[in-house]
Ligand binder design. Structure first.
Ligand SMILES: [Zn+2]
Length: 463
């Protein structure tokens, strides 16, 4: 199995550190506002890798954090007149909801940065002992000149690096690329105790400390969006290797590509900014996932609503085929397969695995899905489908869907209390107690269930 490693810039054979196990750490969002398309794409890309490792029989430990303390969090909390903690408590469930709608498996561990402050302090202490830090009036800094490989990770020379928006300018820094490990407390900001005084962690140290805590000094894959390569991951590499040794930290680095909007960079100032929630208002989240899968994870996606419409049409074709196959599985004749069916299915399965083994080529994998659809549709049209072969095809689709998670519609299932409420409302309607019926409808809406009364009965959907 080959993967593209950002650090070496090469397509290389993946070999896990421990046989049959993969440890993955993926940088998660800063939880000050709803997630946008870029967050969704990154989360889908790494979910897909995780699912394919599981498909291949690996035991995967998947960690993805929430950054719940930084300037954006502090400013937004102030604007809203709530605490930073309350802001995180409000936004994190929104991410959980969006990611679940996109078919993303919940991480094994999703730590909040503020739950690992002690671990961050320990890493900074290690760095201090080894002479990699210095203190200014506003915090503790990492001295990049003490790590001569600084810049190599992102493929840049220190002299060539330009001070950009993400490198903070501060008088007294020994080098413009020195980055803050610990920020001293300012009036009205949340703060934690440390050997250097009250304060809060810098952004980069969070991921080094949380990956150490949950995956150890060395683990298999560290991932994130391409925009994190510099400075975030460059800094993570510098501080982790200085603290734990040259051989420590992630064995492989993987990054997903950007999303452009109609050929322009997505940004709030250009007004072409879409939250996932904006898009989910008009499109099934699985259409969005399908759109992500159509492009290789490293390539940019040029997002447009036309592209979503194409994905929607593609997904309808998939779902139509599944519906027809389910019908055939119930209604076709018993008996053995027509000759050649099993060979064809085995061939498509190996096509799927070959493209996925090649650095998770999901557009190739969808190619195998559509080949299977064409094959199934031909069998249906020529009436060569037995019950058994319909079921065999469905089971191959189910295998593919363990990885892709777009082929089968979710079985709608609800909690018992919701079921009970629906039943009560049905009875209220029958006895024409419309006040009661409306009251229950509102109650269900609060639980995220919307009802629609149609001629053939009441249908519901999640909102
Ligand atoms: Zn990170």
């Amino acid at each position: 199995m080959k993967i593209q490693d950002t650090k070496t810039g090469k397509l290389i054979e993946f070999e896990s550190l421990k046989e049959g196990e993969v440890g993955m750490y993926v940088c998660g969002p800063t939880v000050y506002d709803l997630g946008h398309l870029g967050h969704g794409r990154s989360a889908v890309c790494f979910d897909l890798m995780r699912r394919y490792f599981i498909y291949k029989g690996y035991k995967v430990k998947f960690v993805s954090n929430y950054t719940d303390i930084d300037d954006k969090m502090i400013n937004r909390a102030k604007e809203e007149g709530i605490s930073v903690e309350e802001l995180a408590a409000k936004i994190i469930p929104e991410y959980v909801r969006d990611y679940e709608a996109l078919g993303i498996l919940a991480p094994d561990i999703s730590p909040k940065a503020t739950d690992s402050i002690a671990e961050m302090v320990e890493v900074i202490e290690k760095l201090e002992k080894k002479g990699h830090t210095y203190v200014l009036d506003d915090g503790v800094y990492f001295d990049v000149k003490t790590y001569k490989e600084y810049g190599e990770f992102s493929g840049q020379k220190l002299e060539d690096l330009k001070v950009g928006a993400r490198v903070e300018v501060k008088e007294g820094k020994r080098n413009p690329y020195d980055f803050v490990l610990w920020k001293f407390k300012k009036e009205g900001e949340p703060a934690w105790a440390s050997p250097w005084g009250e304060g809060r962690p810098g952004w980069h140290i969070e991921c080094s400390a949380m990956s150490l805590r949950y995956l150890g000094e060395k683990f298999d894959i560290h991932g994130g969006g391409l925009d994190l390569v510099f400075p975030h991951h460059e800094c993570e590499v510098a501080q982790s290797l200085c603290a734990f040794g040259q051989d420590a930290f992630a064995k492989y680095w993987m990054h997903n590509g950007f999303i452009n909007i109609d050929n322009e960079k997505m940004s709030k100032s250009l007004g072409n900014f879409f939250t996932l929630r904006n898009v989910f208002e008009k499109y099934d989240p699985k259409v969005v996932r399908f759109m992500f899968l159509q492009t290789h994870y490293r390539n940019p996606i040029n997002f447009s609503f036309d592209l979503l419409d194409q994905s929607k049409a593609g997904l309808i074709r998939v779902r139509d085929c599944i519906r027809n196959l389910k019908f055939e599985a119930e209604n076709s004749a018993e008996g053995e397969d027509y000759s050649g069916i099993q060979e064809k299915l085995a061939g498509l399965k190996s096509d799927f695995e070959n493209v996925m083994d090649n650095d998770f080529d999901t557009s190739g994998a969808l190619g195998a899905v559509f080949d299977l659809i064409t094959f199934a549709n031909t069998l249906i049209q020529t009436k060569k489908l037995t019950k058994k072969s319909a079921n065999d095809i469905l089971s191959l689709f189910a295998d593919f869907d363990k990885v892709l998670s777009v082929i089968f519609e979710e079985e709608k299932d609800v909690d018992d209390d919701v079921k009970a409420l629906m039943k009560q409302r049905e009875e209220a309607r029958k006895s024409k107690d419309f006040a009661m019926s409306d009251k229950i409808r509102d109650e269900l809406k609060e639980k995220g269930i919307e009802l629609e009364d149609t001629a053939s009965g009441t249908v519901w959907k999640r909102v």
